[in-house]
Write a protein that binds this ligand. Sequence first.
Ligand code: COA
Length: 616
Amino acid sequence: MWNNITACSLWRLSPSFMSSRIQILTPLFIRNYKDFCKDRQTIWTLQNSLCQVMKKTVPTLKCNMFPHCFASNKARYGQYTKTFPVLDGSIPSVCEHVFEENLRNSEACIQRYSELLCKVSKGGGENAILRHTQRNKKLLVRERLKMLLDDETFLELSPFAGFDLPYGNVPAAGCLTGIGKICGVWCVFMANDATVKGGTIYPISVKKQLRAQHIAIQNRLLSVYLVDSGGAFLPLQAELFPDQSHGGRVFYNEAIMSAMKIPQVAVVCGSCTAGGAYLPTMAEETVIVDKIGSMFLAGPPLVKAATGEDISPEDLGGASMHSKVSGCVDHFASSEKEAFECVRNIILTLNYELPPEETLEYDDPLYSAEELLGLAPRGYNYTLHIKLILSRLIDGSRFQEFKAEYGTTLVTGFAHMEGHLVGIVANNGELTHDASLKGSHFVQLCSQRSIPLLFLQNTAPHASEPTSLSQAEDHTNRLKAQASMMAAVACAAVPKITLVIGGCFGNESYAMCGRSFDPNFLFLWPNARVALVDSRHISTFPQPGDDDCTGDDSGLKYLKEKLDEESSAFHSSARLWDDGIILPQNSRKVIAQCLTIMKQQKYQIASRQQYPVIRM
Ligand code: COA
C-alpha cells in the first residue's frame, strides 16, 4: 500500500507524518541494521536513504542500504563504455614554455622525493640495523612484510611521516603502515621498525597508527599488527598519553573494530613493553615468536629496581610463558617464518568471501603519463587545462562530461580507471558560484548512483578581494554555493579519493574533499602546496597599531619564508595531513589500486555485533 502512494502525494506529507511512516515502513531493516549502523559510513548511508524518502523517492530506499558502489558495470555495460567521447590531450604549442617550467620543477621535486625515500628506507641507520639483525637476531621490517604478504605490490602509506619534525627525525614515524594482500584478502598492516629507537612510539607514530586503523574501519579491512616496540618514547610522554587521540586510542579502536567485525591479528616479533604489550593482547588472535618475542608492562631492569630480583626477559614474559601460562597469546611459533605462516592460516579461518577473480579489460590512456610532469603546476599561475591531465589518467582518455558548458572552472564527469567507473570532480580555475553548484549537483548524482568519487584538487591560492558592492554580493553568493557543495561532499555516501595535483589552499580545499572532509584516501603530487594562503600572494603584514596597513618588511619576509617552507608537500606528508606523496606518473596505478581495495568491503559481512572478542 505504502509503495503505491504516488511521489506527488508523498511530497505533500508533513515531515513528522513521514518520519512516523518511515518507522512503520522500515522496522525490519532498521532492526537488522541498527547495530552495525553505529559506524559512521553506514549512518550516512541510512540518513541518505531516509532523505531520499523525504524527497519522494521511495523506490530507492532499499537499494541505497547496500554498499553496491562497485557493482561491476563492466559485466552489464561491457563494450558500451567505449562510447564515451575521447579527450583531446595534445598540448597546445602556446603552452610549451609553461610545460617546460613545470617539468623542471617536477624533476627537482622528484629528486627530493627519491633522496628522502632512500633515507627513510634505511630506518634507524646502520648501527641500529646491525643491533637488530646481528645481536637481536630479528628480521628487518621490510623482510617481514615480504614474508607475510602475497606479493610486493602493497600500497605503503605515508612513508615520509616523521621527517624533520620539531622533536627530530623519526624515519617513517618508526612504523610502516599500508595495505597488502594476505591469502588474497586486502589487509591493513602496521609494523614497528625497531631500528628506530627500539620501535618506541612518538606522537607521530600514534597518529600514523590511528590513521591506519581509520582506513581499516572506513574500508572495512582486516588488520595485522607486527609488534616490536619499547612502548612510549618517554621524553615525549605528555604528547602521547593523556588526550583523546593519544596512545590509548589505538587500544580503544582495537575493541571497537572487533565489535564491528573487523578482525585483527598480531605477531609479537620483538620486545613489547608497556603500551607495546597492550596492542597484541587486545588483538583477536596473537602469535608470538620464540626467543625474540616478549611482552611485559615493565621489563627486567624495572623488576630488578623494584624487587632486586634478576630475571631474564624470556622467564618474565617470553613466548613459552605467555603461550603456556598467561594466555596473553594464542599461538607459539619457533621462528618468524613460522609466525607469518601461522598468520596466513588464521586469515584462512576468517570465513571471508573473496571478490571473484575478475580481470577487468581496459584501454590505457592515449597520452603518456610521463607528460604529467610538465602538467603538474609549479604554482597556480602555471596551471594548464585540467583535461590535459585527465586525458593521461583515465582509460582510453574517454570522458563523459557533465554540464560541460556550465561553471567551467570545475570539470565534472564520468570515466574509468583500469576498468573501475569513477565520478571525477576536478578544479579548472576558481570555485565560482556556478562551478560550486555544478560540483554539488554532480557529487549528489554520484552518491545517488553509488559511484566512487575522485577529486583532483588544485584550488586557488587566495580569494579575490571585492572592489565593489556587486562584487561583494557575488562573493556572498559564491560562499553560499560553496557551502552547498561542502555539504554535498561531506554527506555523499560513497568512497572518495582526493589527489592534490597543485594547490590545496584555503576554504575551497574543503569543498574539494580536503583531509577534514574525510576522503578514504588522500595523496599529493610532490609539487603540491598545502596552506591557508600562498606565500607568493601576501603583500603586506600589518602589525598592531599599523593603521594604514603598510606592513612591516622584516615581518613580511619572515612570514613569507615560514609559509613557503610550511606549504611544501613534504612538510604536509611529514605531519600526516595526507596518506603519502605519489609520483604523477604512478597516479593511475595508485588510484586504481585504491578502488580495488575499497571494493572488497562489498564482500565482507558488514554487521556490528555488540561485543568485541575478549581474551578471557
Ligand atoms: N623511550 C625513549 N627511548 C627509548 C625507549 C623509551 N621507552 N626505549 C628505548 N629507547 C632508546 C634507547 O635509549 C636507545 O637509544 P640510542 O640508540 O640513542 O642509544 C634506542 O632506543 C635503542 O634501545 P636499546 O636498548 O639500545 O635497544 P635494544 O634493542 O637492546 O632494546 C628495547 C630495545 C625497547 C627492548 C629496550 O630499549 C627497552 O626495554 N626499553 C625500555 C622500554 C620501556 O621501559 N618502555 C616503557 C614505556 S612506558
